[in-house]
Each structure stands twice: as C-alpha cells, then as structure tokens.
Design a protein. Structure first.
Lengths: 492, 284
C-alpha cells in the first residue's frame, strides 16, 4: 500500500474558500449560504437542502429547489447513523450527496445536494469529507455562540434584577478589589455624602479586613454627629479576593438607645431627688411638731438648737430646689448670666467660710491660697458662687475616710487674660473609665455611694454649664484613691 | 532468542499468506486521488467471490442501507472508497488467517475482538473529530494479527504464554514483554511490511501497547486512537484477545487526545450499541 496521496489543490480550495466565506459570518443563518458557495467550488449541483438536528428530529433551515424533505428523510436518518459522506444514484441519474456535519460524535446538521456528476473519484470523496469536518466545526462554534448570546441575555437580566435589589437598599454597599479600588457600588453608596473622617475609617477597616482575611463589624461616630455601622466581609469572586463593605447609618438606633438611657436616668433622678428633699423635710416637720406640742417644756437653749436645725434644713432644702431650678433653666436654655465686676478672691473666701462647718463635720481641712489679695473679674457672682460651692462641697463629700489627714486646697491664679481656680483634694478619686461623663446630667459615679453621699447628681452639670456660660472651661485630673484636681479657667 | 532464530522467524513470516492481486490493486487504487468508482469496481469484479462478499457485507445489518444494493458501483459510492477497501481487507484477513484452526486457541474469539476494536476505532474517531475514521477501522482490524502470526509460526510458544497469562491473571503482553522474543505487535509490524502496508498501519500494530514510543507526528494520532479502541473493546467485551486482567489506558494518550470521562463514557456506550453487529463480519 502506498502512502495516501492527498490532493492538495482541491483541499486548498476548500480551506481557502472557508476562510473567505466564514470571515463575514456572524450568525447561524449567515453560514448556510456560505456552506452552499463553498461546496459549489468543488461540486456542481442543482438543488440543496440543509437540515438541523432538533430534539431527536431534523428541521429544514435552508433549501433551494429541493424535493420535499419527507422524500429524503430516510436517507437523512441513515446517514446520521452512518456518520459518513455518502453518494446515491437516483432513478433520474441525479447524484444524491449526503453530507453529515458531525461534531464530537454528534450529528449537528445534514446537507443534501442533488448533483449532475455521474462519476466520482477518491479526491472528491476526500474533499467533501474535509468540507464536512470544517463545516461541522464552524457550525458547532456558531451554535455555541448563539447559546452564549442567549445565556448572556439571561445573565444580564438577573444582573439587572440584582442591581435593582441592591440599589433599593438604604445601606451603602461597595466591593473592593485587591488594589483597594472599588469595583462595585450600589446607588446608596454612590449618593451618600461621607465625611472625610468616615472615609478614612472605612479605608482602615477595609484594609484591616483584607490583611486579616476576616469579617469586621465596627460602629463609628462620624464628625457629622451620625453613627455608622461599618461591616466588611472578605470574598472570593472570579478567583480573586474581594472585600464586601456595608455601611449603615445607625444614628436612629443610637438615638433611641440614648433616649431610653436618659429616660432610665431620669427615673433614677426623680427617686433620688425625692429622697434628697424628704430628708430635710422630715427633719423640719419633726422639729416643728415638737415645737408645736412641747413648746412650754423646752428651755431656751434647746429651742435655739431646734430653730437652728430647722433653718439649716430649710437652707439645704432651698439649695436643692435652687439646684433643680438652675437645672431646669439649663434644660430650657434660659440660664442667665448677669456679669458684674467681682473680686473672685473674696467671693471664694466667702464660700469657704460658709462650708467651714460642713468641712469640720467631715474632718476635712480647707486650705486656701491666692497669689494676689484681690482679683477682679467680670462674672455673675450669684452663679459663680455655686461653682466654687459645688466643687469644694464635692471634695468634702467624697473625702477618703481611710485617710487620717483629709484636705481640700483651693488656689486662685490670676493671669493676664484669664483666672485659673484649682480645687484639689486627697479624696477617693474618680475611676478612669468615667471620663467626661461626670459632667453629664443625672450622672453619679457609683450607685453604692449614692446611699452614703447625698446629692442630686446635677451639681457638676450645672457647674459646667455656668463655667461655659462665662466663656470658660472646666476639666479635671484624678487618680483613684489618691485624689482629684478640678481646673476652672475663665477669661478676665 | 538469538539472531539466527529471529531470522528464521522472519523467514517464516514471509511465507505467510499475503494479499492477492485484487486486494493489492484495491489498496493501491484507493490511495490515488484520481481513482474513479469504475476503476475500483473493475478491480473487485476480477474476483467473483470477493465481489459477492463485498455486496453481502454492504447489504448487511452493519450498514443498514436505506435500499438494497445490487451493483458494486453503488456499494462503492454509498459506502465510500476506503470502506470498500476495508471490506476487501477484512475478507482477505478472515479467509487467510482465521480459517485454519490453531490447536487450543480460539481464533474466532480473537476475530471478534479485532472487529469490535475496528468499530470502536471508528466511534473514537467520530467523537474526537478525527478525519480518517476509515483508516482507523482498518488499523483496528489488523492491530492484533501478530497473535495469530505467533500461533501459526510457533503454536507452542503461544500456548505457553496463554497458559501463563491465564494462571497468573495477567495480560498477554505482560508475559510477552518479559521474554526475549519480538512481541505480537512487532510480529504484525514485520508482516505488514511484507504486505507493503502504510507506515501508519505498521506503527499502529507495533505500538498499540506502547503508544508513548511513537515519535512520528503523522502516525501518533492514529496509534493513540487504536490504543483507545483496544481498551474500549476490552471494556465492552473483554477477554477475547488473550488478556486476563484489566487493559489500562495510557495517561499520555488520555491527555493528548483531550479525553474526558464523559466523552469516554459516550464512546463505550456507542460501541456497546454496535456490539451485536460483530457477527455480520463472520459471514464473509
């Protein structure tokens, strides 16, 4: 047997016409006409018919001058089984050429032509076989392209739906790639105005989540006063690492939490204040009743003592009511400051004198120092007296019973443009975690202490408000069990 | 086996039946692009027995033609030049190599294996879109002829190998390759050289168990397809080719042909569906 000789000229013809014809083909329909023209270059035929495999049967997709498909059906089914190019001579001497297009063992289509040729040779058979092979490949690719188009349309549709869904969320959603560039953002993310510090915070959380390959959930109070929940989830999409970010505005939830807390504090406050008022009231009532029913029995010394107590308790009651009034003024924003030229040194001495008895009763030594004998400042003396009073009486109230030497030192430092008043004590101190909450309304450090130490929990709130109403500042340093130092600075 | 024995062996091969003039003429004609149907018809007609058998096969259930064929020219047109050549080749091989019984060897079972492998090769070609499926049919049909050659030249050796393989539950080739003699693939290769068959046919016979040895790009695909066809024939209807263990597929063949489990399963199922048609080739 000789080495098979392939007829290169007709093979070349088939391949080059395929290249020429198929460049312009974009759809399945375009291709049929192309197949016909290519076959024309190797075979002379009068009619043709192309059928496409369709759910186990065949449907005619392209034809010219052809007999009814029913007449050819048995040939088509046979050649689809045989899977090889075949020639039949018909009764009218016409040559019936059956060309199955087979791809991966599957018959995709069959082309049937009626040719004039009487004689066929090996070359023609081989060339048509090659034609069938290339045509089948082309057809398979076109069918695949059509299916891809359909599938893409479905994918596009579901993508649109998903986008619609994501865009309807009020949460801001974005996806970052490995370069930390945003590859997706929903409508809420696009539209939201994020403050610079929030952007920085988000970038930090995304970075951290990417590095640790962990989900992170964080709450953040932005400089615009709103609260945000920042949530990141590392994902693998299309084989690449991505970070999903969800930013939700939780200010509403936070506000609700805050209101609930205030409400709780208010309830506690009412109970607390009622207790505070009842104590002096009960004393006043008891002494007054004794006076009423046993007036004749009492000597003048005892009488004096009783009346002193009643006066003291009334003054205490007055101070509580005064505090409540101040507080309600602060709440309603009607706290008025009537400034007049006042000597703050003598004002302080005056307050300290009044507290001397209270201090002695608690075993606390009061020390006072001032760099100058007089220091005139534009302040409201009535209000400012409360500032000194509150700070010093707190220092006495929260003195450390475990220490034998208990003191509170008040210093006044006049400077060019301001005056600093320092109230330092060696009391029990304020725990570090309390921070600025000490100035919050109703706030009292330790509920255990509230039974031992009287107070409305409004003192420091009022103090701070008054200082600030004077354009001043108040802050403190404290070490637990060592002591506390309050600083008040007011402009001159 | 020393050099003298080997030479004696090859001398023996030259004395085995070779294709007669008609078969040689058909083979030669089909490899010429300018050959017409009439020329092939004239060639076959010179052997009336061959003509009858070709027509019988063409009208057999294997081809299930839509209409009965009574003229050789029609059979050639409908089935194609190469298929007709394959029929002539089958007829010659069956008559010359499978008509003499070999003691203790069931050569009819080997014939079944050859026909099934030939069918499997066509199926594999179709699924892999290999253009020359008729060529793979012929190569598949001839691939194990070396076993018969061994039986004709040295029946004792064949029997010994068979006994050993059966007892140890291994394959024919596993025993052969341990022996200092040319294995059945090499014997077939030597025979086909004498017949003057194409290099591709010779290579396929020689290396169907050792496909990785094929270096020539032109023969590689067809050798690989015969290798797969042989494996599938063994899966569908094993044991006829004196193998007593699983016939493995070569990993390189699997990868080079881009086979997938799904494609492989499809191939096995298609061959199973054609299995009952083996007998159609017995009648020749």
């Amino acid at each position: 047997m000789e080495k098979p000789r392939t007829s290169t000229s007709s093979l070349n013809r088939v391949i080059s016409s395929f290249l020429r014809e198929m460049v312009a083909v974009e759809s399945l329909e375009d291709s049929y006409e192309g197949f016909v023209r290519i076959l024309k270059s190797i075979l002379d035929f009068n009619w043709y018919l192309i059928v496409l495999e369709n759910e186990g049967g065949y449907k005619v997709v392209h034809h010219f001058n052809a007999p009814d498909f029913e007449e050819l059906e048995s040939y088509v089914f046979w050649v689809a089984e045989r899977k090889s190019v075949s020639f039949f001579t018909l009764e009218n001497e016409e040559l019936l050429v059956l060309i199955p297009f087979i791809f991966r063992g599957r018959v995709l289509a069959v082309m049937i032509v009626g040719a004039n040729q009487g004689e066929i040779d090996v070359e023609l058979e081989d060339t048509i076989k090659i034609f069938a092979l290339i045509a089948a490949n082309t057809l398979a690719n076109l069918i695949l392209a059509d299916q891809l188009k359909e599938r893409n349309a479905i994918i596009e549709e579901s993508r649109r739906f998903l986008n619609l869904l994501l865009d309807s969320f009020s949460d801001q959603i974005a996806v970052y790639d490995v370069e930390r560039d945003i590859v997706y953002m929903n409508e809420a993310f696009k539209k939201a105005e994020r403050s610079e510090d929030l952007e920085t915070e988000i970038a930090g959380v995304v970075e951290e989540s990417a590095l640790r390959k962990e989900s992170i959930t964080k709450e953040y109070e932005a400089s615009d006063g709103r609260f945000y929940s920042i949530e990141t989830i590392p994902l693998r999409l299309e084989g690449e690492e991505r970070i999903l970010l969800i930013v939700s505005d939780i200010t509403g939830t936070k506000e609700l939490e805050r209101i609930k807390k205030i409400d709780r504090m208010k309830t506690e406050f009412v109970a607390n204040v009622s207790h505070e008022i009842r104590t002096p009231l009960a004393a006043i009532k008891a002494y007054t009743e004794t006076l009423l029913y046993s007036f004749e029995d009492l000597d003048s010394e005892t009488l004096q003592e009783f009346l002193d107590t009643i006066l003291k308790q009334s003054e205490h009651l007055e101070s509580i009511v005064e505090e409540l009034l101040d507080f309600s003024r602060i709440e309603s924003g009607t706290l008025k400051v009537e400034k007049e030229k006042t000597d703050i040194v003598s004002l302080t001495r005056e307050v300290l004198n009044k507290l001397q008895a209270f201090a002695e009763k608690n075993g606390v030594r009061i020390e006072f120092e001032s760099e100058e004998d007089q220091c005139h400042v534009e302040i409201d003396p009535r209000q400012f007296r409360k500032v000194i009073n509150n700070l010093v009486s707190n220092a006495i109230k929260y003195s450390d019973k475990k220490k034998s030497d208990r003191w509170v030192k008040i210093s006044v430092y006049p400077r060019d443009s301001e005056v600093e008043i320092i109230v330092a004590d060696n009391g029990i101190g304020i725990p570090e975690h309390v921070g600025d909450r000490i100035f919050q309304r109703y706030y009292r450090v330790d509920s255990k202490l509230t039974y031992e130490v009287s107070g409305t929990g409004l003192g420091l709130t009022i103090t701070k408000e008054i200082v600030e109403a004077h354009g001043g500042q108040i802050w403190y340093e404290s070490v637990e069990k060592v002591g506390t130092t309050f600083h008040v600075v007011i402009p001159r | 086996m020393n050099a003298v024995d080997l030479e004696k062996y090859l001398e023996g091969i030259e004395e085995l039946p070779t294709p007669n003039f008609v078969v040689r003429r058909i083979i030669q004609l089909v490899s010429d692009p300018n050959t017409t149907v009439k020329q092939v018809q004239d060639a076959i007609s010179m052997d009336p027995s061959m003509s009858a058998k070709v027509l019988k096969l063409a009208n057999s259930a294997y081809y299930a033609l839509p209409k009965k064929v009574s003229k050789l020219s029609e059979a050639i047109m409908i089935l194609g030049f190469k298929t007709v050549r394959n029929l002539a080749m089958s007829i010659f091989t069956k008559e010359s190599y499978f008509s003499q019984p070999i003691p203790q060897v069931d050569e009819r079972r080997l014939w079944r294996h050859l026909v099934l492998t030939a069918m499997a090769c066509e199926v594999v070609s179709e699924i892999l879109s290999y253009p020359n499926k008729e060529e793979t049919f012929m190569v598949g049909l001839l691939h194990d002829l070396g076993k018969i050659v061994m039986g004709m030249l040295n029946p004792i050796l064949l029997r010994k190998i068979l006994e050993y393989a059966r007892k140890s539950k291994v394959n024919f080739y596993d025993v052969e390759k341990e022996l200092p003699i040319p294995h059945h693939g090499e014997m077939a290769a030597a025979l086909f050289k004498v017949w003057g068959l194409s290099e591709i046919t010779i290579e396929s016979a020689r290396n169907h168990h050792t496909p990785h040895r094929v270096e020539d790009e032109n023969s590689r695909d067809i050798v690989y397809i015969v290798h797969v066809g042989n494996v599938i024939a063994n899966i569908v209807d094993g044991g006829h080719d004196f193998n007593f263990s699983i016939v493995d597929i070569d990993l390189r063949v699997w990868e080079t042909l881009n086979l997938t489990p799904r494609a492989f399963k499809t191939m096995i199922e298609s061959v199973k569906n054609k299995q009952h048609l083996i007998e159609e080739f017995d009648t020749v």
